[in-house]
Design a protein around this ligand. Structure first.
Ligand code: DC
Length: 219
C-alpha cells in the first residue's frame, strides 16, 4: 500500500461512487487503509435489506412491508478498513449478501425512497472520519464531503473484474451489470464537484494511487 501523508480531520468524509462492479469496494478499502480510517459500504446495507426481504418472502415491490420488517429487526453495518460486515439480529449475513440472487434483486429494493432514507440515516450516524462508498454518497448523502471521487469503466471491463468473484460466465455477468446500470441510473451519479477517475486501463493499485493523489490535492 502506498505510504501517504494525508490527515483526515475528525469530521471528514471521503466519498467514492461508481457503477456496479466499478471496483469501488476494493478501491475504498485500499484508500481507507492508506488513510488509516474505516470504509463504509452503503451497497452492503442495500444488499442486506434485499437478502432479508427475499428470505422472508416479502414482495420486493412492497416498500412499506420491507420498511416494517427493517424497523422490527436489527440490521447493523460494521465498517472496518479491511472489509465491511453486516449483521442481522447479531448473525453475520455478509457472505449471503453477495450472491447472484441478491445481485439480481437489489436494484428493485434500492429504488424505494424510504429504504434509501433508512440507509442514509444509518450511514450518517456512523462515527467519522471514514471513506463512504456507493452510488450517491457524494451527490446526496455527504454533499459536504472533503473529497468526492467517481470511478468509471466500461461494462465489459467491470464484468471481467466481477467474473473473478461470481460463478457465471463473463457475458452473462455483463448483461446483468448492464441491466443493473439501467435500474440504478436514477440514484447513481457523480456529484458536480467529484473527481472522475477513468479506471478502464488501470489496475487496482493504480486506481488507489490516483485516488490518493486526488485526495492529497484537496485536503
Ligand atoms: O455497490 P454494490 O454493488 O454492492 O451495490 C448494491 C446495489 O445497491 C446497487 O445495485 C445499487 C444499490 N446502491 C444504491 O442504490 N445506492 C448506494 N449508495 C449504494 C448501492
Amino acid at each position: 500500500m502506498p505510504s501517504i501523508n494525508i490527515h483526515l480531520s475528525r469530521s471528514s468524509v471521503v466519498t467514492i461512487d461508481g457503477l456496479a462492479a466499478s471496483g469501488k469496494s476494493s478501491v475504498a478499502q485500499g484508500v481507507a487503509q492508506a488513510l488509516n480510517v474505516p470504509y463504509v459500504s452503503s451497497g452492503l446495507l442495500y444488499r442486506a435489506v434485499t437478502y432479508a426481504a427475499l428470505n422472508h418472502q416479502i414482495n420486493l415491490e412492497q416498500e412499506s412491508e420491507i420498511l416494517a420488517w427493517v424497523a422490527h429487526n436489527g440490521l447493523k453495518l460494521l465498517p472496518k478498513n479491511d472489509g465491511n460486515q453486516v449483521f442481522l439480529n447479531a448473525h453475520d449475513i455478509t457472505e449471503q449478501c453477495h450472491s447472484s440472487l441478491v445481485d439480481a434483486n437489489v436494484s428493485i429494493v434500492a429504488l424505494h425512497q424510504n429504504v434509501r432514507a433508512w440507509v442514509n440515516t444509518q450511514i450518517r450516524a456512523l462515527e467519522k472520519p471514514f471513506v463512504a462508498e456507493g452510488r450517491d454518497m457524494g451527490a446526496v448523502v455527504f454533499t459536504d464531503a472533503a473529497v468526492k471521487l467517481f470511478l468509471t469503466a466500461s461494462s465489459l471491463v467491470r464484468a471481467q473484474r466481477r467474473s473473478l468473484e461470481r460463478p457465471e460466465e463473463t457475458e452473462q455477468i455483463k448483461a446483468m451489470i448492464e441491466a443493473r446500470d439501467t435500474k440504478d441510473a436514477v440514484n447513481s451519479g457523480a456529484a458536480t464537484d467529484a473527481v472522475v477517475i477513468e479506471t478502464e486501463s488501470l489496475n487496482l493499485e493504480e486506481v488507489i494511487a490516483a485516488s490518493l493523489d486526488a485526495i492529497a490535492a484537496r485536503t
